[in-house]
Design a protein around this ligand. Structure first.
Ligand code: ACO
Length: 373
């Protein structure tokens, strides 16, 4: 008979990884041994994706080569490109991305190979295409025409330009780029685990990423950032404390708070809080930042819970002009770098992931013919 399960697999070590590491008690996060506090604001998203997928922070030459690969990799296949308008009309953003990445897999020249070199090429294409898919989806549903990505601009700059329709300031680009760095990888989170389970059957990278996108979509995971903004928008600024207390009294969870691993402040939230404050003040109306700060204080006083990555990301994206229902897609733009790196790692040293279960159903049932049931 199987052992008692740990509900939600808490504290179960499900894989070995050299990609990221969390010290939940100290509130520290590392990508391949680099402290997130050293990377955030100093390393670009492209450098971070290279670190995760290729194993090292790139030299200038390596970064130029990787950047060129990302630019080439943005070219979408005909199947995905031709279906964007209909998908944008029928599917919500995360549903659409799940479908679009699946379609993109059909046109990928390496789709039939899980070899290390093919996986690296697919990882670059997926990382390059994800922001474009979000932008093309948004353009299709709003009827906007967006500029082609500028090969001279970063992923962060191109994305903000395509989504908001205006040239972002240098500081806005830096802040958004830092957001992408902060969300790039996070050990065995639910969507990464889903990707690894899929990859461990020796299924292909696009299938694993589709599993990850479907998992990130849920409000207990990546979907929380959108819910944070919806909560802020629904609350009267003078009634933050009371609303939070009422929700807690009703047994509701406050989105953007709590974490399975961190027992103290999530180090990503430290950066996001500062950026939210900066953007709020620069916008001339920092109401949502101030409401967030008050909410943080009340939730801590009432429940001892800290904000997670999704809490201040919500107001940062809002101040950057990103539509609220694209917040979780933005998360996927960044996390694509980590998901793909995990698929590469899983395929490089694979064993099927197949845990056991504890049976809690009926036993010794007596079968009866259908007319006697
Ligand atoms: N608001 C109110 N209470 C909470 C919250 C919250 N946000 N989070 C946890 N709690 C409470 C639970 O009600 C529970 O209380 P109880 O022991 O009295 O029943 C206790 O804290 C433990 O909570 P669990 O849900 O069992 O913790 P778990 O580790 O399973 O869940 C999770 C972690 C999913 C992040 C949870 O904190 C949550 O639902 N938060 C809100 C959603 C959210 O922000 N998700 C994003 C997480 S970050 C990310 O995925 C990128």
């Amino acid at each position: 008979m199987a052992d008692k399960p740990t509900k939600g697999l808490a504290d179960v070590v499900a894989a070995s990884t050299a990609l990221s590491d969390i010290d939940g008690k100290a509130g520290r996060l590392f990508y391949r041994g680099y402290d997130i506090h050293d990377l955030a604001g100093r390393t670009t998203f492209e450098e971070t994706a290279h670190l995760l997928q290729h194993g090292s922070l790139p030299s200038r030459d390596q970064l130029a080569a990787y950047g060129a690969e990302l630019v080439r990799g943005r070219a979408l296949g005909g199947l995905v490109a031709s279906n964007i308008p209909e998908i944008a009309a029928k599917q919500e953003p995360m549903e659409a991305l799940r479908t679009l990445v699946s379609l993109a897999g059909a046109d990928d020249p390496d789709k039939d190979s899980n070899a290390a070199d093919a996986n690296l090429r697919k990882a670059a294409r997926l990382t390059a295409q994800q922001p474009l898919l979000v932008a093309l989806y948004h353009a299709a549903r709003t009827g906007a025409t967006i500029p082609d990505p500028d090969p001279e601009l970063s992923i962060a700059a191109n994305f903000l330009l395509q989504i908001t329709g205006r040239t972002p300031s240098q500081r806005e680009v830096e802040i958004f780029d830092t957001c992408l760095v902060l969300h790039a990888d996070h050990t065995m989170n639910a969507s990464t685990f889903a990707a690894r389970v899929c990859a461990a059957t020796l299924s292909d990278m696009h299938s694993a990423i589709v599993a990850a996108i479907g998992t990130l979509k849920g409000p207990l995971h990546g979907g929380a950032n959108e819910q944070v903004m919806r909560t802020l928008e629904a609350i009267d600024p003078s009634g933050v404390a009371q609303t939070v207390r009422d929700k807690l009294a009703a047994g509701e969870k406050i989105m953007g708070f709590g974490h399975r691993v961190y027992k103290t402040e999530d180090p990503r939230a430290t950066h996001l809080r500062k950026m939210s404050r900066e953007l709020g003040e620069a916008s001339g109306d920092d109401t949502y930042y101030r409401m967030s700060k008050e909410m943080e204080e009340v939730v801590f006083a009432e429940k001892g819970l800290y904000p997670n990555v999704d809490f201040y990301a919500a107001t940062v994206y809002h101040y950057l002009g990103i539509p609220t229902d694209l917040f979780t897609p933005v998360f996927s733009v960044s996390r694509m770098s980590g998901w793909t790196a995990h698929v590469i790692e899983q395929h490089a040293d694979n064993r099927l992931i197949r845990p056991d279960s504890e049976y809690i159903g009926e036993r010794d049932q007596k079968w009866k013919p259908i007319d006697e049931r």
